[in-house]
Design a protein around this ligand. Structure first.
Ligand SMILES: NC(=O)c1ccc[n+]([C@@H]2O[C@H](COP(=O)([O-])OP(=O)(O)OC[C@H]3O[C@@H](n4cnc5c(N)ncnc54)[C@H](O)[C@@H]3O)[C@@H](O)[C@H]2O)c1
Ligand SMILES: [Zn+2]
Length: 381
């Protein structure tokens, strides 16, 4: 199926869009254009062998001619056009910026979600080969820990070449007015380095400082220059631990009452393991010596698992009886059946786990949740 595309707004950038669509004729075809300027619409229509021309984009949306629209309007018109297109069931690509305010962004989200159409903001620079390669390098971890990311754009604006007289006449466009531009250069050209930065940093900003200035485009209402500095949230060190915890709570909720305690042990050991402290039970944690398949084991919380006989003599260890060892092995293996633990054995496993967690994860802090779990007030009397 070839996507039938309508261009809404046939000014400067729409020509680049039309060249893009024309490069993939087997996938998409521009069949309609809309602009309040007849000459602009005709120029774009001529680029695609005479696409149907509309003076009002609402007529284009109602025509049934198109499956998707590509919006290239001035900034203050983005929101209304996106909402109208989504309402008409058309998939939408819209030029940057998304819109002018957070309230407009909410309206767009609502319209897109309730209509179920596909929406894309034209963040074209994330597809630049250099940016894509940078993203890959960052994702590979090849560059190690990243502390700073710079993203900038700097160019001689065509309007700086206008004479003072021209600035007052042809220089007055929707870009020179705050109301139609939504700001100055930061929301226009500055939008590209901004989404590039967010894309490459891959984290949420938590603090922002900015300064703007106007050096050359004095006929604009807002800035022609801007610097923005963001502080990003620290990277989540263990995104998987959150998932395991969430899954664990779900499992506990539906587990039969008689297995809840042992299942709790298993899930806690799983968290301990994900945080990098899985106890060793089949090889000596010090020198890797394989341990006998059965029988009791010397176990060292401090060293993080079972020890071979000679390490146990040198380092000292407590004694993990054969039955508790077998149960621990099943608790550590999510694929093994959940062991049934009587009160005495349950208490032994609880003590082992608590000691292990305090030593490896507690770092001297008080762990009220662990104490509560140890005391089991819900099981009393
Ligand atoms: N991604 C990029 O690199 C890039 C580059 C330039 C522009 N842009 C973006 O593209 C959009 C358009 O910018 P431009 O430079 O093409 O502007 P432009 O002024 O050249 O074109 C805007 C067009 O919209 C038409 N228009 C105005 N009101 C209309 C309405 N109510 N209904 C239909 N048509 C209407 C105008 O007649 C004009 O043809 C902006 O969002 C801009 O930020 C993006
Ligand atoms: Zn050893």
């Amino acid at each position: 199926m070839t996507l039938r595309v309508g261009i809404i707004g046939c000014g400067g950038i729409s020509h680049a869009h039309v060249r893009g669509w024309s490069a993939i004729p087997s996938k998409a075809r521009v069949v309609a254009v809309a602009d309040v300027s007849q000459p602009n619409a005709e120029r774009v229509s001529a680029m695609v062998d005479g696409a149907r021309i509309f003076g009002d984009y609402n007529d284009l949306l109602a025509s049934g001619d198109v499956d998707a629209v590509d919006i290239c309007l001035p900034h203050h018109l983005h929101k209304a056009a996106i909402v109208a297109a989504a309402g008409a069931g058309k998939n939408v690509m819209c030029e940057k910026p998304l819109c002018l305010t957070l309230a407009e962004a909410d309206e767009i989200r609502q319209a897109v979600e309730s209509s179920g159409v596909t929406f894309m903001s034209a963040h074209n620079q994330v597809f630049l080969p250099t940016v894509a390669a940078a993203k890959e390098l960052l994702g590979d971890g090849l560059l190690g820990q990243i502390y700073k990311v710079y993203s900038s754009d700097c160019f001689v604006h065509p309007q700086t070449k206008l004479s003072d007289e021209e600035k007052k006449t042809v220089g007055r466009t929707w870009r020179s007015s705050k109301e139609t531009m939504g700001g100055g250069e930061l929301i226009d050209t500055g939008y590209h380095p901004t989404y590039r930065l967010l894309y490459l940093a891959g984290s949420e900003p938590v603090e922002v400082v900015a300064q703007t200035a106007r050096f050359r485009l004095h006929h604009w209402e807002e800035e022609d220059t801007a610097e923005v500095m963001l502080r990003f949230a620290p990277a989540d060190p263990h995104p998987e631990s959150f998932e395991v915890l969430q899954q664990a709570l779900g499992e506990l909720e539906t587990a039969p009452a008689c297995t809840v305690e042992a299942l709790g042990f298993r899930l806690l050991w799983q968290l301990v393991s994900i945080l990098g402290f899985a106890p060793s039970v089949d090889a000596c944690v010090i020198d890797g010596t394989p341990l006998p398949d059965s029988g009791s084991l010397p176990f060292s919380t401090r060293d993080g698992g079972a020890l071979c006989a000679s390490c146990a003599i040198q380092r000292g260890a407590t004694h993990l009886p054969e039955r508790d060892r077998a149960d621990l092995v099943s608790l550590l293996d999510p694929a093994a059946p959940i062991p049934s633990l009587d009160a005495r054995h349950g208490a032994a496993h609880r003590r082992l786990l608590a000691r292990y967690i305090r030593y490896h994860l507690g770092e001297g802090a008080s762990l009220p949740a662990l104490e509560f779990w140890m005391e089991r007030p819900w099981a009393a009397a």
